[in-house]
Design a protein around this ligand. Structure first.
Ligand code: NDP
Length: 462
């Protein structure tokens, strides 16, 4: 008989926490999982899933336009925001129920309450005031949007959380930030007919991506009518006499909007979690510090997902949780593998990418071969849409190993998933070259670029 109430107590019912709880309970461990809001976490409740549904909704305006070139006459169309929100909410309810059922079926005890640490092996369940003990505790509480509290008027702004529940579709929106969320929401709102402006502090949006993708997307977005202002930040946001918002920028601009959305990164949710009581150490951003096996400095306490600020992506949190279960309960110490993570930005067109950008690779390798193609996608021929697909393969000249692949274009996210396998397998450019093309597709370009477009030596194009 264990001296603890539970073998494992999980705090946080998002992607990482639910996976760990479900797997551990499935192994016969006595598991509890506490969630203060809704099961499914950021991804399901206010992130990836509703976002993707919004992306689909926003694409119809272009589909209707493109249809004409293919002989279709589309009647008058109208968009109803409230219908989208209601249908999206119904789908989120369904998914949340699935998450709960998965936990129940595995035998985990579900606790719908906030939980806080009170010691290395104890947790306070806030709703009941009860303290329970556990041999091991997993913190998987995720992160939350940076509120930019130093910005005068920040309380008038929304974050992505509220964007999913707006009462009305704004006529105009200004979005601060140049990362995933800013870019994705700019495309969503623009596609739904909203006058959209992005304001970004850096030289070019999406600072963590390959420069070709960043420039290509920037141009594509501007061509659609999205305004992008770089190298400026907000200095103040205020409400005008007509009730609309006025966002003032460092460059002296005043932008009028119905909503101002802040998409300035996400911070770990570690405040008031009882970390001090348990002796758990955190880093400068408040992230929980862990070792290679997701263990904190306290032997019985572990952390996975966004709260550790390693890579803030759903599949990464799930992978970290699965590795932890291997380590704890399968006698197989497994360190999460954060190398070569394929990712997508669901902009329009999408970006799909895996591996090193040209800039990153040029810092690590003596000489690179860059294969680059830019072309008009086939669908755009009859639709008449002026858009470009860009594909880029970064190769180490010495051994021909493919170091990175970057795509801007339709279904780039789907391609990135497959390319993730290819790069993980360590394929060389010669493997690409001897792969038969699938015709006619956009992705056939990836296996038919036989000659490098240019080389990069010592960081310079040659
Ligand atoms: P990102 O880290 O992607 O982008 C944050 C943006 O805010 C950057 O452009 C950054 O600029 C800017 N920024 C940060 N602080 C300030 C400041 N004080 N003033 C002005 N600008 C600032 O975060 P997001 O909020 O967009 O998304 C959060 C995380 O969620 C992402 O990192 C991603 O991992 C995940 N996510 C993934 C998605 C996907 O997989 N498709 C979709 C949405 C989110 P700079 O670049 O100069 O630092």
């Amino acid at each position: 008989m264990s001296e603890f109430d539970f073998d494992l107590f999980v705090i946080g019912g998002g992607s990482g926490g639910v996976r760990a709880a479900r797997l551990a309970a499935g192994l016969g461990k006595k598991v509890a999982i506490a969630e203060e809001y809704r099961f499914g976490g950021t991804c399901v409740i206010r992130g990836c899933v509703p976002k993707k549904l919004f992306v689909y909704a926003s694409q119809f305006s272009e589909h209707f336009e493109d249809a004409r070139g293919y002989g279709w006459s589309v009647g008058e169309s109208a968009f109803d925001w409230k219908t989208l929100i209601a249908n999206k909410d119904r789908e989120i309810d369904r998914l949340e129920a699935l998450y709960r059922r998965g936990l129940e079926n595995a035998g985990a005890e579900i606790i719908s309450s906030r939980a806080e640490l009170t010691g290395p092996n104890s947790v306070l369940i806030k709703s009941s005031g009860q303290t329970v003990t556990a041999e091991k505790i997993l913190i998987a509480v995720g992160g939350s949007a940076n509120p930019h509290a130093s910005l005068p008027g920040h309380e008038l702004c929304i974050t992505s959380n509220e964007a999913f529940h707006l009462e009305e579709l704004p006529k105009a929106i200004v979005i601060a930030g140049g990362g995933y969320i800013a870019v994705e929401f700019a495309n969503i709102f623009h596609g739904l007919g909203v006058e959209t402006t992005i304001i970004y502090r850096g030289q070019e949006i999406l600072s963590k991506f390959d420069l070709d993708m960043r420039r290509g997307l920037h141009m594509a977005m501007e061509e659609k009518g999205i305004r992008i202002i770089c190298q400026e930040i907000f200095s103040k946001v205020e409400r005008g006499p007509d009730g609309r918002l006025l966002a003032h920028t460092s460059g002296g601009k005043s932008l009028m909007a119905d909503q101002v959305l802040l998409a300035l990164g996400r911070d770990p949710n570690t405040e008031s979690l009882g970390l001090e009581a348990a002796g758990v150490k955190t880093g400068v951003k408040g992230e929980i510090l862990i070792d290679d096996y997701s263990r904190t400095n306290v032997e019985s306490i572990y952390a996975v997902g966004d709260v550790t600020d390693r890579v803030q992506l759903t599949p990464v949190a799930i992978h970290e949780a699965m590795c932890l279960i291997d380590t704890l309960y399968h006698d197989r110490p497994t360190s999460p593998d954060h190398d070569l993570i394929a990712t997508a930005v669901f902009s329009q067109p999408e970006i799909g990418t895996v591996g090193l950008s040209e800039d990153e690779a040029s810092k690590c390798y003596d000489e690179l071969q860059i294969y680059r193609a830019e072309f008009r996608p086939m669908k755009a021929t009859l639709s008449g849409r002026s858009e470009k697909t860009i594909m880029k393969i970064v190769v180490n000249s010495e051994d021909r190993k493919v170091l990175g692949v970057h795509i801007l274009g339709h279904e780039a996210g789907e391609m990135a998933q497959i390319l993730g396998i290819v790069l993980k397998a360590g394929c060389t450019k010669d493997d690409f070259d001897r792969t038969m093309a699938v015709h006619p597709t956009a992705s056939e370009e990836l296996v038919t670029m036989y000659k490098p477009s240019y080389r990069v030596k010592g960081g310079e194009r040659v």
